[in-house]
Design a protein around this ligand. Sequence first.
Ligand code: COA
Length: 260
Amino acid sequence: MAEFRVESREGGAIEVWTIDGEARRNAISRAMRAELERLIEEAQSKRELRAVVITGAGDKAFCAGADLKERAGMSEEEVRAFLLDLRRTFRALELSDKIFVAAINGAAYGGGTELALACDLRVIRRGAKMALTETRLAIIPGGGGTQRLPRLVGMAVAKDLILTGRAVDAEEAYRLGLVNRIAADDDVVGAAVALAAEVAEGGPIALAAAKAAIQQGMELGLDEALELEYQQYQRTLHTADRLEGLAAFREKRKPVYRGV
Ligand code: COA
């Protein structure tokens, strides 16, 4: 059975991937994780695709983290294997050339928040909540949460949220810098698609290069990071899209970028 519903929007420039597991609050099962990894891989080779919105089915949960029912029947070895697979899958979102927008439609708990953190941008519905609940389950965030959260919001806030395991509402998540936008109404997917469409107006190679410069540069010292920025700039230099951008400016029209 398909774990995601995939819809194409804006002539294929945007896809919406909906975790189709409402009855288990869109929790991450082994099958769901494997399908997510396959989707990320396939997305990389779709030239017309610029940005992907990831959301959950229903209005209760974006994703309730690891599938705890499945987990209960897993051996230690199986849990370890799942964790390694999950870590690789979340990293693939960051290493992809595509831009990922999380549309947080409901509770994002544990791995659900970690999935959102591995996306490039986050839009939340008023009423939705985010939490890294793991310490309350006597484990720690293992899908990158202890590393991505402090990089995003700073160590003090990360320690507060991870050590207490408490949930933040949309307003607090926005105030802390955990999300980029609060949707104006209940249509959080619409708001995320609008943000993705805004992103998709940029040159595709430029978007990938800017994402890589930011993502990888954060891990480096400033001199090395500036060198990385220079290298990523050069990915755009020889492109037809760069010339199209200049031509469109001169001719006072909207550019048409083709990702070449
Ligand atoms: N794994 C597997 N099943 C889950 C799940 C998870 N992580 N989270 C929820 N479910 C299941 C429940 O067991 C329940 O199944 P049932 O109908 O067979 O009893 C169903 O989803 C509905 O859950 P319920 O708690 O009644 O829904 P809710 O809308 O009131 O609350 C949550 C949703 C997400 C807030 C709540 O389910 C929750 O806190 N889940 C645990 C989240 C968590 O701590 N995850 C961290 C994992 S590391």
